[in-house]
Write a protein that binds this ligand. Sequence first.
Ligand code: ATP
Ligand code: MG
Length: 266
Amino acid sequence: MTGYRQSDLEQKLITVASGKGGVGKTVFAVTLSHALARLGRDVLLFDGDLGLANVDIQLGLMPQHDIGDVISGNIDLAAAALTYTDPVNRRGRLDIISGRSGSGALSTVATERLMGLKSGLTALCGRYDHVVLDLAAGVDANVQTLADNHGVILVVLAPDPTSLTDAYAFIKLARLRNPEADIRIVVNRAQGQLDGERTYEALRRVAKAFLNFEPPLAGILQEDERVTEAIRRQAAVLSRHPQSRFVKDVGAIAKHFPVRLRALAG
Ligand SMILES: Nc1ncnc2c1ncn2[C@@H]1O[C@H](COP(=O)(O)OP(=O)(O)OP(=O)(O)O)[C@@H](O)[C@H]1O
Ligand SMILES: [Mg+2]
């Protein structure tokens, strides 16, 4: 098996987290993955909301295999991947592993199986330019275990106060597990640039005061009705509304992730 330096994983593995539910993690993770693929990268999007099916529902996909098949040992992780067909994109590739499970909720998956899943994901970094991990809401042990990796963690929050408190709780726990965790902030559903900046500033201040840590801002995404419209139609926002502000702003974040070596020799 080929190995990776931590610096390679840092830009390859992108975890999307939040604390609070419903802030737009999945639509951001899907659009970011799509944007990276349009930049010519090979991307794997892993739906880490185990037991539920968010990514495949948003994209209107019907995967043959799901994470339940992987966890029960019926198939390996790579075999669960399904390629999203983007007729416009002839350069990069977007593969998806669904978090759906025929065997019900997986929030109580045994730690050792979860660790197996995580090392499988790390290994898959060898086949892709980026692996994007869309996490479940909350700060429970399984969410934290998946988030505790050597990649970049993008914490999504919306301008409401509960979102801020939950994002702070997530960051606090993630930094307790790994004081070096590379956490960056994405503000979603902002009512304009100023609202986004204020939201980021509130989080930065509280993180600085209580954690002595100032997470950098990765980007601000504005409230955009075209996002809701695309999700309702189970269509990728990037395909349906390529000129939308949301797509442009996510595209700007995607451009910050450089291409790294697929694998190191030895
Ligand atoms: N920028 C935006 N503009 C308008 N609506 C948005 C935006 N971002 C997210 N939404 C709305 O928020 C809803 C929730 O989005 P999404 O499912 O991506 O959130 P989530 O954080 O993944 O939720 P969960 O915690 O349940 O996994 C979407 O159905 C969409 O309607
Ligand atoms: Mg989600």
